[in-house]
Design a protein around this ligand. Structure first.
Ligand code: BG6
Length: 543
């Protein structure tokens, strides 16, 4: 077990700009602003955005007046909106709404509008003016697009048409947060980008990937470049392969079925969250922790991903869809039975793929990615598996037809049969139970020189006495402060789509596997194991 050394009681929110502010005094928002949330009646607003703003306010991060203006199509007034948000926040663990909520909610308003109709924006301008006059805000605005992505282009165009966007370098400031996925493929992402850039400067566009707001994801950089021990080993000489897993227990929550059926796991989480994790674990040390230097290094990794050709896709990308299953006496629906999902849906709810980063550091090292809904456990982690020790000193190969205890077909001289000598694995647990573990071999107590696997553990909860802030808190704070480091630059999004789009296109041309092909509550289709070629590799499972 490790303990935090000399933490200096530095609060968690301590950035200046970029990631380099660790250790500086806490950051506050000192100028008034209004957060205008499009898609105000959706799940994201109720479950993530408003609770994050509430916590920031409660934590003292807003020292100037602020307002939240929700824009939605449903008919509600301010009081109804506040009550609905309160109920939603109340049901979330960790949000203590009771005493402070009403004071916070006094700054929350609702405006009903049809996102696509120009007339609605004149009304919105009037309402915004009223709200801002009440809080002395000169017009600093953070527009948050939390609607169906189909509405993004018209919302921005209409905002511009109604004079609600200020020029990039102008005052008061205007910033637009664009939720993911940014486009459906390379062509649509480029079109969306061009469209946004007609009305906004790049520095006004905050493309969000909430994984970058997670402390444990930022810790990938802190761990790699803030310590001297591991970085020299982070390359093809010492690393056998890297696994990135994002497993979810939930299937379709809320009203997501129809949207997910049009989207699928590859677009929903691989194009963004998993490729961002890959970029962070594989990138070179940046010249500084400033926004452009960090993002430039990530782009280089994404651009070095080896493109998958049609013929590679069936071997290197496994897709799955969950079917029904009885778990603990409870009947769990298959994807096709979820509300809003087509009965013959061919959408994937699971993807596993084998990627390669073709640069000097990583050539030949497989990056194995998998993500899925309705898996047995909620876990996101990055597992870095090192090469085995070069000598067979401690291995006891099974010879002459002995059985390999992994049940694989590796032959009689398989080294992996010595269960005592496992490869070292450095596992970054992104969530839950946030932390890092390093496994290695140690001598088992006893008269024989036999080895057994052991682990060194670092857990956020045990090592630091502060709760880990929610990703959206950090990201909203950064967007309001105008720090884009943890948001995606246009070229990052493009590079990620350049890798993902050929897979989507190959899938369109190739027959889908017979869906459903994994049972709810299982680890996905068995074909995913094929990606781990050879008996010495298996999917990592944190205990
Ligand atoms: C979202 C996806 O981006 O991330 C969801 O759209 C997914 O499908 C969610 O469930 C998972 O986020 P987290 O933070 O719970 O891992």
């Amino acid at each position: 077990m490790t303990t935090a050394l000399n933490e200096n009681n530095v609060p968690s929110h301590t950035l200046a700009t970029g990631l380099g502010g660790m250790g500086l005094p806490p950051v506050r928002v000192t100028a008034p602003f209004t957060a205008v949330v499009f898609g105000a009646t959706g799940d994201l607003t109720a479950r993530k955005l408003v609770p994050a703003l509430f916590r920031l306010w409660k934590g003292g991060f807003f020292t100037a007046p602020f307002a939240v203006l929700g824009v939605g199509r449903r008919d509600k007034d301010d009081a109804r909106f506040r009550a609905d948000l309160r109920d939603a926040a109340h049901s979330l663990a960790g949000v203590e709404v009771a005493a402070d909520w009403d004071r916070f909610a006094g700054s929350v308003y609702y405006h009903r509008a049809d996102f696509s109709a120009a007339e609605g924006y004149a009304d919105l301008a009037r309402r915004l003016g009223e709200v801002e006059a009440g809080s002395g805000n000169p017009g600093n605005r953070l527009y948050y697009l939390a609607t169906d992505p189909d509405h993004f282009p018209s919302i921005v165009e209409q905002l511009a048409g109604a004079g609600l966007l200020t020029p990039a370098a102008g005052q008061p400031w205007t910033r637009v947060v664009v939720e993911k996925p940014f486009g459906r493929d390379l062509a649509s992402a480029l079109t969306l980008d061009r469209h946004l850039r007609r009305f906004l400067g790049e520095e006004q566009i905050f493309r969000i990937d909430h994984y970058l707001g997670k402390e444990t994801v930022q810790n990938l950089l802190a761990f790699r470049f803030g310590n001297g021990i591991f970085e020299p080993l982070f390359n093809r000489r010492y690393i056998d392969h890297i696994q990135i897993t994002m497993a979810e227990v939930d299937g379709m929550t809320g009203r997501r079925g129809a949207w997910y059926d049009r989207t699928g796991a590859l677009r929903d989480v691989v194009q963004n969250h998993l490729l961002q994790l890959l970029a962070l674990v594989a990138m070179e040390p940046p010249a500084s922790l400033g926004a452009d230097d960090v993002r430039a290094e990530k782009v280089k990794v994404l651009r070095s991903l080896v493109p998958l050709r049609d013929a590679d896709v069936p071997r290197r990308v496994i897709r799955g869809q969950y079917g029904p299953m009885l778990i603990d006496g409870q009947d769990h629906r298959g994807f096709r039975d979820e509300e809003g999902v087509a009965v013959n849906s061919a959408t994937e709810t699971f993807v596993a793929l084998r990627a390669e980063v073709d640069n000097w550091r990583w050539a030949g090292v497989p990056f194995l990615l998998r993500a899925g809904k309705r898996l047995p456990r909620r876990v996101t982690e990055v597992a870095v598996e090192f090469k085995r020790a070069p000598t067979g000193l401690f291995t006891a190969p099974v010879r002459g037809g002995g059985l390999c205890d992994r049940g694989c077909d590796c032959g009689a001289t398989c080294e992996c049969c010595n269960a005592g000598v496992q490869p070292n694995t450095l596992a970054f647990r992104i969530q839950p139970d946030e932390g890092i573990s390093l496994s290695f071999a140690a001598k088992r107590p006893g008269m024989r020189l036999a080895l057994g696997p052991v682990r060194m553990e670092f857990g956020y909860a045990e090592s630091f006495d502060k709760p880990v802030p929610e990703a959206y808190e950090r990201l909203l704070l950064d967007a309001i402060r105008g720090d884009p480091t943890l948001f995606l630059r246009s070229d990052e999004v493009t590079a990620a789509w350049e890798f993902v789009t050929p897979i989507l296109e190959a899938w369109e041309r190739q027959p889908a596997p017979p869906f459903p092909n994994y049972a709810a509550g299982s680890w996905g289709p068995v074909e995913a194991d094929r990606l781990l070629s050879g008996c010495e590799r298996e999917w990592h499972q944190s205990p």
